[in-house]
Design a binder for this molecule. Structure first.
Ligand SMILES: Cc1cc2nc3c(=O)[nH]c(=O)nc-3n(C[C@H](O)[C@H](O)[C@H](O)COP(=O)(O)OP(=O)(O)OC[C@H]3O[C@@H](n4cnc5c(N)ncnc54)[C@H](O)[C@@H]3O)c2cc1C
Length: 381
């Protein structure tokens, strides 16, 4: 699968998918035919997670081709990301606890042979080893494979889910705090308490077209137990009044300013934030940092073509800004952590309208959220 770091490429990929493959999406989406044959899924997540194209843009285009009924499964999948983000926004301690637990576990596991063998792709489970290498080479795994991968990691290799979540974040082009952490919690049986996801030999064989043999997995593992309960944080996602001629920070997950809700506001300067590994708790692989750097350059180029004053700056430089400044809300994750840890109170967040409206429905499970999808569509399309 090819992921060129550009908006032009992402739009071509989207149009091509809608034109040729969307029609069979709900029937074929669960099959992983291998990295050379991925037309049954969109491959858009590296772009959506960086805000190169956004959810409404995608849904809009898909509805121009097919009705809501024909398109429902794809639209639901697109909105999973908004749901996971909203769910985490309402329970920010889930992310902070994850990072704290990870720190301790990493120390305990740094010389653990089972862990080192797993991340080296040298276990005795052929499919798992294949996926480790595929992840490192392509920086992408199919959704079903991420579920099998996490399940094997937790229940057959018996490794802590927090380390697996870190490993994926390090290598995925679409690595994202909400989708990744909550995806792993879901497989472990913590997200939906007591309900874990157990990968099985027949399921892997069927949905990979029998590409793998000798899949000996733990068939009877119990869900991971967690004592922690998180109450909902009733945060207000309202925007402040936006004054013109102030500067705006844009983080790595909103890299298409010219299509955002804020595109018509005259900002003094747009500062595109480069979040280097030395300021991250989870260090990203070189290919992922290169991908992010190229996406930043691509956004800069597009802004310059529109004669918008902009610059790429290192995240550490935002500590030196003393004036009031806006930022498109980066959502829970390492960018927000940087702002909070450094007490940068002069930054005022601007929330996307889609998030402001949708996050009110993220207090319960996705089945509940799904009921509000027609309302979301009606409001934004
Ligand atoms: C353990 C685990 C970890 C994951 N980690 C991440 C992650 O770090 N970043 C990430 O973006 N996704 C993550 N996912 C979700 C999902 O696997 C990917 O978004 C999906 O595989 C992207 O491929 P695609 O674009 O071809 O998907 P498609 O099937 O074509 O879906 C279209 C779009 O819908 C959205 N989407 C689909 N499924 C999901 C989902 N379960 N959660 C959130 N959005 C979804 C994505 O934006 C995707 O681009 C994870 C899932 C699991 C089970």
């Amino acid at each position: 699968m090819n992921f060129k770091p550009s908006r032009t490429f992402a739009l071509e990929k989207l149009d091509n998918f809608i034109d040729k493959n969307l029609i069979d999406y709900s029937k074929l989406r669960n099959f992983d035919y291998g990295p050379e044959n991925r037309t049954n899924v969109s491959g858009l997540s590296p772009y959506v997670s960086h805000g190169i194209i956004d959810e409404i843009e995608i849904i809009n285009k898909s509805l121009k081709k097919y009705s809501f009924v024909k398109n429902e499964k794809f639209i639901q999948e697109i909105l999973w990301r908004v749901y996971w983000k909203g769910w985490l926004e309402l329970r920010p301690n889930v992310w902070l606890d994850y990072l704290n637990d990870l720190k301790k576990i990493k120390e305990n596991f740094k010389n653990n042979q089972n862990y080192l063998i797993a991340i080296d792709g040298k276990t005795n489970i052929e499919c798992f080893n294949y996926w480790v290498n595929e992840l490192k080479e392509n920086n992408y795994l199919h959704n079903h494979t991420r579920m099998w991968f996490a399940s094997i990691w937790i229940f057959t290799l018996k490794l802590p889910w927090q380390l697996g979540a870190e490993f994926l974040l390090q290598h995925l082009y679409d690595g994202d705090a909400a989708s990744n952490t909550l995806g792993w919690r879901w497989v472990a049986g913590i997200q939906t308490k007591g309900k874990n996801y157990l990968a099985s030999e027949w399921n892997i064989k069927k949905f990979t077209n029998n590409r793998f043999q000798n899949i000996k997995l733990n068939k009877n593992a119990a869900p991971i137990l967690s004592e922690k309960n998180y109450s909902i944080n009733n945060k207000d996602f309202a925007n402040v009044e936006i004054l013109e001629n102030q500067s705006l920070l844009v983080f790595e997950n909103n890299l298409s300013f010219e299509t955002t809700d804020f595109q018509d506001i005259k900002f003094k300067k747009i500062l595109l934030i480069d979040h280097k590994n030395n300021y991250r708790k989870i260090n990203l692989s070189e290919s992922v940092t290169n991908f992010k750097s190229s996406l930043l350059e691509d956004q800069k180029k597009r802004l310059e073509e529109k004669s918008i004053n902009c610059e790429i700056i290192n995240i550490n430089e935002i500590k030196n800004i003393t004036e009031n400044i806006y930022a498109i809300y980066p959502s829970i994750g390492e960018n927000l952590d940087f702002i909070n840890l450094n007490g940068l109170k002069n930054i005022q967040f601007l929330y996307r309208k889609l998030d402001q409206f949708s996050w009110q429905y993220c207090n319960k499970g996705f089945f509940n959220f799904k009921n509000y999808i027609p309302k979301i569509i009606q409001k934004f399309i």
